[in-house]
Design a protein around this ligand. Structure first.
Ligand code: ADP
Ligand code: ZN
Length: 637
């Protein structure tokens, strides 16, 4: 029956391609269930779909994983049902287009791409299909869209069938100030000039108002309705641990919480990327490196494997990210501090696009603060830039050091008010704070008495009274501060120094190999006029093995984890089956079925086609195609 939905109604010789009346919500919901297999719309999706299907323009700002694609795919199908021609989707990323099209075809939607991966024949065939009305959605690279040849083709499609809509994905690529700027995007306003009757939707996950205004102006979307979603990602759990033995901490985190899961580990330097990937692999975690220093072919191969295979970990510099559209990344780990809250949010946002529980985990220590401060101070940039970079780093340090809810802090940075989330480390096990005023005074005094010429390692030795060769060489054993801090452990002292630096009570002198120096703000502390509360260092990261029943996961959406626990034997069989399907068809595993869908099958063990059809993520086409296989497996014991 699904085929009826898409039978092109272009048999009628002429039609008015202009906006049809908004279809009833029921039609949209029916399509959502029938084709996509989702039981309900998420957030503003229903409204956006209705607005677009009724012929309106829209600008959609939604976080990664919010469900943007559906906002144009569904209205495209709705308008198609009402007699319109295909929808045209502009997307800057070839790999993403390919995967989107593969996913749509799995749903029985007639989708195709026109980009540089096609040979001349492929291009001809796709163009023919387009003209014959045999396509529901066409994905086009921006540089092709703006060619005279393609526009002539569009003119013909417009005259004969009408275009259902234009979708402009990753719309922030019009922003000349952003790092994803694509010059061809600037020409996309021609769509409006040339085809004013065709509704347009621009989509982005970039939150800041400046970019929003640029998109509106550059794409001539002044009359568009703007849909701003909350940028919260409730299914992501934020955890920032004290960096003690980072590799071991990372390994423990992966083994305890994410065995067999796909994840990304970010490091600052290429060398550290290589070393960490090797080390993880040697310890049984399938890990691949990715950075700009690798040759293009290997890099592309690693990215493709990550995208397609199950359970790989990529260790990468921030060169890795744009173009990663894998919905089932279960964790993003940072072994080094990002430069800003924006960077942190963008990178961690790659976890859990499918709405299932995911982790953003970071190990953070004194050396990170020192390193980032040095990068800023020693950069070639002008003072204004350095001031901005410094402020951005401070905001990130504030996030790392806070004893309050991480999510509140993150969202408030983006101008969104919220309440304590219950799904971050600080909410789950509130850190102990202590009055560190006395310790801070001792630390500041140690800096002062040693002449402001030493780094934290030596200062900790002084405070703890360790007799080292350096100690006697400098005569520091005779100082009054020598040994006054034996009551704190080495890690605790490092935590004190880190927080002093983060609080700007201590400065790092990069001209003098990272020597710590006092700042004007140190004085009131030394004089006992200012108290210094600090969080207590955790020797072992809290919440180890927290179990899988996560309360904070995606309220109201995809809550397939609730209810019965999945049958792990069945789940393993389903995954193996999915891998072989994916290999056979040459598509990523998640395109066949999502993790959440497999988990739901393993939990529900459906015994009939009808029961299987109730599982979120199984639409009519997938039921028809895979139903028998899945029931067979669910029936085995
Ligand atoms: P974005 O492009 O905003 O990052 P996607 O469009 O890739 O997000 O969607 C993210 C995930 O959410 C996909 O796995 C998609 O199948 C799923 N999804 C989208 N809308 C719904 C919905 N209404 N119900 C359930 N899952 C949905
Ligand atoms: Zn919280």
């Amino acid at each position: 029956m699904i085929h009826d939905l898409f039978t092109p109604s272009i048999s009628a010789p002429f039609r008015a391609p202009s906006s049809p009346a908004a279809p009833p919500v029921d039609a949209a919901l029916a399509l959502l269930r029938e084709v996509f297999g989702h039981p309900a719309f998420r957030g503003a999706q229903a409204e956006i779909v209705g607005h677009l299907a009724g012929g309106g323009d829209a600008l959609v700002l939604m976080p990664t994983g919010g469900g943007k694609s559906l906002c144009y795919q569904l209205p495209a199908l709705l308008r198609r049902q009402q007699g319109c021609g295909p929808a045209i989707v502009v997307s800057p990323l070839i790999a993403l287009m390919q995967d989107q099209v593969a996913a749509l075809r799995q749903l029985g939607v007639r989708a195709a791409v026109l980009n540089s991966t096609l040979d001349a024949r492929g291009v001809r065939e796709t163009e023919r299909a387009l003209l014959e009305g045999a396509l529901d959605l066409l994905y086009v690279a921006p540089e092709r869209l703006v060619t005279e040849g393609f526009l002539a083709l569009l003119d013909r499609v417009c005259a004969a069938q009408g275009v259902a809509l234009f979708a402009i994905d990753e719309a922030h690529c019009v922003s000349q100030w952003g790092h994803d700027f694509r010059p061809e995007y600037l020409q996309l306003s021609l769509l409006h000039e040339r085809y004013p009757q065709v509704p347009r939707i621009a989509l982005t996950a970039t939150a800041d108002p400046q970019t929003r205004d640029e998109i509106i102006e550059r794409l001539a979307l002044q009359d568009a309705r703007v849909f701003v979603s909350s940028f919260d990602r409730p299914n992501i759990r934020y955890t920032i641990v004290d960096k003690l033995d980072p590799r071991q901490q990372l390994l423990r985190f992966i083994r305890d919480e994410h065995p067999g899961d796909a994840g990304i580990v970010y490091c600052l330097s290429r060398r550290k990327v290589d070393e960490t990937a090797q080390w993880l692999a040697a310890h049984g975690v399938p890990a691949l490196p990715y950075h700009a220093g690798m040759d293009t072919a290997t890099r592309a191969a690693h990215q493709a494997r990550f995208q397609r295979e199950d359970g790989l970990v990529v260790v990468a510099t921030i060169a890795f990210g744009m173009g990663i559209d894998k919905p089932d990344v279960r964790f993003v780990a940072h072994l080094d501090l990002p430069r800003s809250v924006e960077g942190y949010y963008q990178e961690t946002g790659r976890a859990g696009r499918d709405g299932q529980p995911a982790d953003a985990w970071m190990a953070y220590g004194l050396a990170d603060v020192v390193q980032q401060r040095r990068l800023i101070e020693t950069s070639e940039a002008d003072d204004a830039f350095k001031r901005v970079a410094s402020a951005k780093l401070d905001a990130l340090l504030g996030l790392a050091e806070t004893a309050g809810c991480r999510r509140m802090r993150l969202l408030s940075y983006f101008g969104e008010a919220s309440e304590a989330c219950g799904n971050c480390d600080n909410c789950l096990s509130p850190p102990e704070t202590w009055d560190a005023t006395e310790a801070a005074r001792k630390a500041l005094s140690a800096i002062y008495r040693t002449g402001q010429r030493f780094g934290a390692a030596h200062l900790v030795d002084v405070l703890r009274g360790r007799s080292t060769e350096r100690m006697s060489r400098w005569g520091h054993e005779r100082l009054s501060v020598f040994g006054v801090g034996a009551d704190l452990t080495e890690n605790e002292w490092r935590g004190v120094f880190r927080q002093l630096v983060a609080l700007d009570l201590v400065q790092v002198d990069h001209q003098a190999h990272g020597a710590l120096r006092l700042t004007p703000a140190s004085r009131p502390v030394l004089r006992g006029e200012r108290t210094v509360p600090m969080r207590r260092i955790r020797e072992r990261s809290a919440g180890a093995r927290r179990g899988r029943s996560r309360s904070g996961a995606t309220p109201g959406a995809d809550s397939t984890e609730a209810g019965a626990a999945p049958d792990s034997g069945l789940l393993a069989r389903l995954k193996a089956w999915r891998s072989s399907q994916a290999r056979e068809q040459g598509v990523p595993a998640y395109v066949i079925l999502h993790d959440s869908t497999l988990a739901a099958i393993a939990a529900a063990r459906p015994e009939s086609i009808a029961a299987l059809g109730e599982i979120p993520g199984i639409g009519a086409k997938k039921l028809e195609r895979y139903g028998a296989d899945l029931l067979g497996m669910a029936g085995e014991s």
